[in-house]
Design a protein. Structure first.
Length: 171
């Protein structure tokens, strides 16, 4: 009992309790500050994500609108071209043989009979190695004009997509 009444015994004990409480309070303060910092960063990231999603949605909407306009103009041009062309021979078999050897060009021979002749060529890509170009094969001015319309429309769609992609990366 004599030891418990000495002041030297209580001083280290009080210092130990005080240090433990100080460490606990400091640790809690540090954790609370870290959690607040994380919360602020998370809120900023969420706001940035929402802004980027809204920007992406706006760019996508603009792209889809432009593609719809391109499709509409292409359809109008296809309808109008039939009234301004006669179906006369535009490219003869010699010119088509040269085009057949050119890179990136696939020639689809015109059907001669059956359903394909009644409704036009198929939309799939034909194997041009099996299609021999003979003297009686030709391309009409309507076919060439239709090809030009389609090529122009595909170019515009590609250009529009690339423009929107550039807009995405360079706000």
């Amino acid at each position: 009992m004599k030891m418990l009444t000495r002041p030297l015994f209580w001083i280290p004990l009080l210092l130990l309790v005080w240090a433990s409480c100080s460490f606990y309070a400091g640790d809690r303060y540090r954790n609370a500050a870290w959690l607040k910092k994380q919360s602020v960063q998370q809120d900023a990231a969420i706001k940035q994500l929402q802004a980027e999603q809204a920007r992406g949605d706006a760019l996508t909407t603009g792209l889809l609108t432009q593609q719809a306009q391109i499709d509409q103009l292409t359809q109008e041009a296809h309808r109008a071209i039939s009234t301004h062309t006669t179906g006369r021979t535009c490219l003869d078999s010699a010119a088509l043989r040269v085009l057949k050897r050119a890179p990136g060009i696939t020639l689809v021979p015109a059907p001669t009979s059956g359903t394909a002749a009644a409704y036009g060529p198929a939309t799939g890509v034909a194997d041009d190695s099996s299609a021999a170009i003979t003297a009686d094969v030709f391309a009409t001015d309507t076919q060439v004009a239709d090809w030009g319309i389609d090529a122009g429309a595909q170019y515009e769609v590609c250009r529009t997509r690339l423009d929107k992609l550039i807009d995405w990366h360079a706000p």
